[in-house]
Design a protein. Structure first.
Length: 185
């Protein structure tokens, strides 16, 4: 099976990363890959509905001046930025099916309050230099439940000197509007 590669525009990156202070916008460039068939298969990620490969750099951390290596906080922020941009590009491309009925405006309203990390498990195999590194997030599964969309993802971060961290993250995108209208549900 083949794939479609789409470079994420600078305008979309800026729009989706607006919630972050300028020095905390780690994702600099990104390409989203989607399959021409059902699933995308690559050598460096599990079978996926979509993958974002990004170039990241941390000049100054959100909580310390110059991190010597990627820490848990920076890894979490890098993951968040990548997944937010991946979801936005999937909405624009109407792939995978879980996002076909969404609009970018709807997503922008829901991006911070409704996209929740349900489970986050990552391992640092060797230190990753934050000055220039690559990040990958593969959307392995997206299943619509009654009041939320459950997404299983894989992430990996590496630098050109062999630094490597990876893990599994499960997201729940809750139906915040219906939850706020009827908090007892």
């Amino acid at each position: 099976p083949g794939k479609v590669s789409i470079r994420v525009s600078d305008a979309l990156l800026a729009q989706i990363l607006t919630p972050y202070k300028l020095h905390c916008r780690y994702l600099k460039q990104a390409v989203v890959e989607t399959p021409t068939g059902d699933r995308l298969t690559t050598d460096d990620a599990p079978p996926a509905l979509a993958i974002l490969r990004g170039q990241l750099a941390i000049e100054r951390s959100c909580h310390r001046d110059r991190p010597a290596e990627l820490g848990a906080v920076e890894l979490n922020l890098a993951y968040n930025q990548i997944i937010y941009v991946l979801i936005a590009q999937c909405i624009i491309d109407a792939r995978p099916a879980a996002f076909q009925s969404w609009t970018l405006d709807e997503y922008r309203r829901r991006q911070l309050p409704d996209v929740l990390i349900h489970d986050f498990a990552c391992q640092f195999h060797s230190p990753v230099r934050p000055q220039a590194f690559e990040g990958l997030v593969a959307m392995k599964k997206a299943v619509q439940r009654r009041n939320f969309l459950l997404m299983k993802t894989y992430c990996a971060f590496r630098d050109d000197s062999g630094g490597f961290a990876d893990g599994e993250v499960v997201l729940a995108i809750v139906d915040g509007e219906s939850s706020r209208k009827n908090p007892a549900s």
